[in-house]
Design a protein around this ligand. Structure first.
Ligand code: ZN
Length: 262
């Protein structure tokens, strides 16, 4: 039957094969704006493939990636040196297409000092479910408070939330007006009372950004503090994101986690 196909049919078959070939190749092509183009699916833009894009190689080749399951490998007593302003601070809230983000516009609104280096609060955002785990346990939501030192080093404080009977007063300040994840990405001024970081126990380890470009050299402070949020608040957060946005756990590669008790 094949040999009796008309010239036109054969040409059509070749064109179809060419189209299939190039359309499958284009799925792996470099997106025009790689900074925004990633997702959490099993597809070509999902976490397993982030490292295939130029500039994001660390997502695949890095040896100190985040998140991880934190454990108590070394136990110390070093109180967390953190100072957050009590009064509301001027901020902008916007959606970056993955999560609502609050950028703090006030200098020294939040400062954490780690091994003598001062890191200043820049912005914070959210992941559902949690990215890190504590002793194997995951949580409904994880907030990342991103801090930067004068020479550009990054320290992130991770704060967990679980569904509970009480709504979070901190989240209630802005969860009624979370910006949508669809463009245009408008920045809206807002005054925020920063979260209350209790001087609890915490985990510390060396890791990376949990989103592309997955840069390493990030100091992680994972608070042993579980806050409560209501199901209504969790629904509002999920509605402001296109999908769950938790990167899978990464290999420890011999890294030790320090646990500081009170
Ligand atoms: Zn994050």
């Amino acid at each position: 039957m094949y040999f009796k196909m008309s010239i036109a049919a054969q040409l059509g078959a070749v064109l179809l094969l060419l189209w299939l070939h190039y359309s499958s190749v284009s799925c792996q092509a470099v997106p025009a704006k790689p900074v925004k183009v990633y997702d959490y699916s099993n597809g070509p833009y999902g976490p397993a493939n982030w490292g295939n894009f130029p500039g994001w190689e660390k997502c695949k080749t890095g040896s100190q990636q985040s998140p991880i399951n934190v454990t108590r490998d070394v136990v110390v007593r070093i109180p967390l040196d953190v100072a957050y302003k009590w009064e509301p601070v001027a901020s902008d809230i916007y959606n970056d297409g993955h999560t609502p983000t609050v950028e703090v516009l006030v200098k020294n609104a939040g400062v954490v000092t780690i091994s003598g280096v001062k890191y200043e609060l820049v912005d914070f955002h959210f992941h559902t479910p949690s990215e890190h785990r504590i002793l194997g346990q995951s949580f409904s939501m994880e907030q990342h408070l991103v801090h930067k030192s004068a020479d550009g080093k990054i320290a992130v404080i991770a704060l967990f939330y679980n569904l509970g009977p009480l709504a979070s007063k901190f989240l209630a300040q802005f969860f009624d007006k979370l910006p949508p994840y669809t463009p245009p990405y408008v920045r809206t001024p807002i005054n925020i009372q920063l979260p209350l970081l209790q001087h609890n126990s915490y985990y510390r380890y060396d890791g990376s950004l949990t989103t592309p470009p997955c840069d390493e050299g990030v100091v992680w402070i994972v608070l042993d503090q579980i806050s409560s949020l209501s199901s209504d608040q969790l629904q509002k957060l999920k509605a402001s994101k296109p999908e769950d946005n938790a990167r899978p756990l990464q290999a420890r590669n011999g890294r030790k986690v320090t646990y500081s008790t009170k």
